[in-house]
Write a protein that binds this ligand. Structure first.
Ligand code: LLP
Length: 426
């Protein structure tokens, strides 16, 4: 659910009409709704509340400091995947002692940084990495807390570029190889087995793969707890959001009509029965679920261009603001800020940006009410993996980000200037 809706024919975010802020701050523009983020976090937390649990928000989805600060206030821990993300958590006032540090290629500097800051646990993706962590911990005379990332070989049935829990993916250590590594680690003074982790992929809307992966892990978690005293089982992130019908999904009635959608309640009810008897702390690493539907991009139509077979709406946002359509063939709903009448005729547009690439599109063959130059459009569900994947390709300054909370509009990141583009170059 989210806080974007038409009020008397104009799209609003929370208590603010969007066109007004778009005119004030310019486009392309990212806008986030603080209350949507809070609602999502609290809904998941409430669904899990019978468990001993800790949410570790996946920073990679959106690491803007204003959003991270909100999550710190809500009591979230964080899943970081680089020194940069850990730095952002610390800058936002987050506690490294509630951070997991995941990733297949942690550098020496990153491991040292994590150890010095006292992170809760490294999530280790290979035996070679664990040996490297041990060497560094010995040099720093510290004990490094770790959890192995288990690859459970469960198909998450999601896009091939965002599935991670199969043996053909680079992530984790095969289930069968796990126990001997904990056994060897138990002999080291510089390693402390703190938990075990899985993460099978992203944008998963069916609860069954989560349940499969968790049930497959149960005997292993029991055994690691008994033998090595691990204190947590991290079940990863991956909870899917609504992309189709994203605007309508802001209304609670919509959810009742669509039992196939991911909901925290269904997720919790299918998993709690397996997790509760483990009597161990459960960590979760949701990213997209918390922020995905909380963000939009506002863009303005620059030109309408017709060729023999197509009509292009050329807008001022591009693959540099949102790479998901071209990278994953992802669908993002696009709606005009001023609502068209129900009887308005629709035209099929390719919505494309100014970047010099045929892959620079935001939507293909999309039915939209007839557009004209200067019209504002909102690209929905861009709160996760939007701005964080933005680039300066074609020397385009990255857009501003605003955080809206009720009536209050705050600049969470100012628009980059031309000068920002050459900062650091010699
Ligand atoms: N934990 C780990 C270890 C991960 O690798 C990820 C995401 C998450 C948690 C959070 O997953 P989420 O709850 O957000 O699904 N750029 C792609 C998504 C890549 C996800 C990478 N890992 C996209 O735009 O769809």
């Amino acid at each position: 659910m989210h806080r974007f809706q038409y009020v008397k024919g104009h799209l609003w975010v929370e208590e603010v009409p969007i066109q007004k802020i778009a005119q004030q701050h310019g486009t392309p523009l990212y806008i986030y709704s603080a209350n949507t983020i809070r609602d999502n976090y609290n809904r998941l937390a409430y669904a899990l509340s019978v468990l001993p649990y800790q949410i570790c928000y996946a920073m990679k989805a959106n690491s803007n400091l204003s959003i991270v600060r909100e999550l710190v206030r809500l009591g979230s821990g964080f899943d970081v995947t680089s020194a940069g993300e850990l730095y952002r958590v610390i800058e936002a006032g987050g506690d490294p002692g509630r951070c997991t540090f995941v990733g297949v290629g942690k550098s020496t500097e990153e491991i040292e940084y994590g150890l010095r800051e006292g992170i809760y646990s490294f999530i280790v993706e290979s035996e070679a990495e664990l040996e490297h962590i041990e060497r560094i911990a010995r040099r720093l005379r510290k004990s490094a807390p770790f959890a192995l990332r288990v690859n459970p070989n469960v198909d998450a049935h999601t896009h091939k570029k965002i599935t991670t829990g199969l043996y053909e993916n680079k992530f984790g250590i095969p289930y069968e190889a796990i126990e001997p590594i904990y056994r060897r680690a138990a002999r080291s003074r510089y390693l402390k087995a703190r938990g075990v982790q899985i993460h099978i992929g992203s944008q998963i809307t069916d609860v069954t793969p989560f349940e499969k992966a968790v049930t497959k892990m149960l005997p292993l978690v029991h055994s690691l707890k008994d033998r090595y005293g691990i204190e947590f089982f991290d079940i990863g992130g991956g909870m899917g959001i609504v992309y189709h019908d994203a605007l309508a999904s802001g209304k609670p009635e919509w959810w009742k009509a669509r039992p196939e959608m991911f909901t925290p309640e269904l997720y919790a009810s299918r998993l709690i029965k397996h997790l509760l008897p483990l009597n161990i702390k459960i960590l979760l690493e949701p990213g997209r679920y918390i922020v995905g539907n909380s963000g939009i991009i506002v863009t303005q139509v620059l030109y309408i261009k017709k060729n023999i077979s197509k009509t292009f709406a050329i807008v001022d946002a591009a693959m540099t603001e949102l790479i998901r359509p071209t990278l994953y063939e992802a669908y993002h709903e696009i709606v005009p800020l001023r609502k068209a009448s129900a009887s308005a005729t629709k035209i099929l547009y390719d919505v494309v940006g100014p970047v010099c690439e045929s892959g620079d599109y935001l939507a293909k063959a999309r039915a939209l009410p007839k557009l004209k130059v200067g019209d504002y459009l909102a690209i929905l569900s861009t709160g996760a993996y939007g701005f964080v994947m933005a680039s300066n390709y074609n020397a385009r300054p990255r857009p501003a980000e605003l955080l809206v909370d009720g009536k209050q509009v705050k600049v969470a990141r100012r628009r980059e200037t031309l000068k920002d583009l050459i900062r650091g170059e010699i």
